[in-house]
Design a protein around this ligand. Sequence first.
Ligand SMILES: [Zn+2]
Length: 445
Amino acid sequence: MTQKAQTTMPTDRTDAFIVLTREGAKLIADSTITAGGINLRYASVSDTYIVHSIEKARNTWIQADILRKFTALRWNDTSHVGQWMNLASSDLHLHHLQLLRRPGTAIPYEAFRAMVPGVRDPSTGLGLLISYASDLDPQLRGAGASEFAGWLIERDGVRLVQIAVEPAILGLDHLRDHWPVDLLASTSIMLVGCGSIGGAAAQALAAYGIGNMHLVDPDRFLWHNTVRHVLGPESVSRHKVDALKSRHQQRWPQQNVTAHRLDVVDDVHHIRPLIDTVDIVPCTADGIAPRRVVSHLARRAGKPAVLACVLDHGSLGEILRLRPTPRYGCLLCSRQYLANLGAIDTEADQELDYGTGHTHQPMTAIPPDLHLIGTLTAKVAVATILESRHGDHTQRLPGEHAIIGLHPANNLTAPFDLTHTTDIHWATIPPPRSACPTCNPTSLK
Ligand SMILES: [Zn+2]
């Protein structure tokens, strides 16, 4: 579209909205003049005016850059000229607050002009003003007023326009008062398996604020993966670890992600030293061998592991936390204990190769069910870190072994005998078997 500048705007809009970036707000706040012009881009699709440049000094216009990632703020159809004013008092913003509470009302133009000398006459059209109250009365602020206010000015009345100012604090820093942001930013995780459960787990780990993440998976992302995975069609043909890394770099740029196109079983000599550098090892890889290798290596490295999967055609989820203490055994110790109870052989179930689309195994697990297990896996991993490293007792888990009902068929023996969807059955796990080569430190490695 053309960039034709207009000094008037359509008058029939009630949902108009102004966006002022942090840089734009700073240009107004730091200006040496008390009033000047603003250039706005208008995006008709969202009825949004985006402040694009500011008259910072008389006849000196400075562009308020909009970062590429804020895609919708870069849309625009036309340009408009408006006005900004730095007000000596908070009075006008009290009026703004009052108008905000009485939608549909307006201030008579002459009354507004008396309060704000210097406001431009909109003539027969519509003017746009951003007022800035640098010394906003704290009481007004407490009542919901803000330093910046937007106004639509017509001869037959002045109405408010909502204005959103980009805040100084963005991202995880918002959580700082309620969440151990720094501790988690210094935490390292190795996530083994970047399929549907792993991709969702990676996303949740990033959103919890895990600062360093090693992704381990040898596979490529292909067409049949798109239905279940957090990755989309844009990633088809890429290695899952590389595509996830790209996604995280864009969405959580503060996180360090390292992509390893490795198979945890075949490339064990690469994995072993890596485990020494991380705090915890969530494993969402399919199959008996990868889970056994993670259980063994993590135990030997003295690191906790969290093994997650779906069982019985996706009817149940399972999360098994393995902590390297004398109280808890490894994966094989836990499975032997269950076998003695007569439970199903869950490791054999793992070999069914869920969701790969191979002919011997139909795709049965439902995408959000897998994401639920992935998110819960991340929660278990983060809770384990916070409880052990941070002493945070609000993050204590009820046990080491969770069975989650997704669409339970109620045809399995305990502890897999859930009857309802979203049921979570937590249990402890047995101590190491005396002859276990993984748990017994005197056994061969
Ligand atoms: Zn063991």
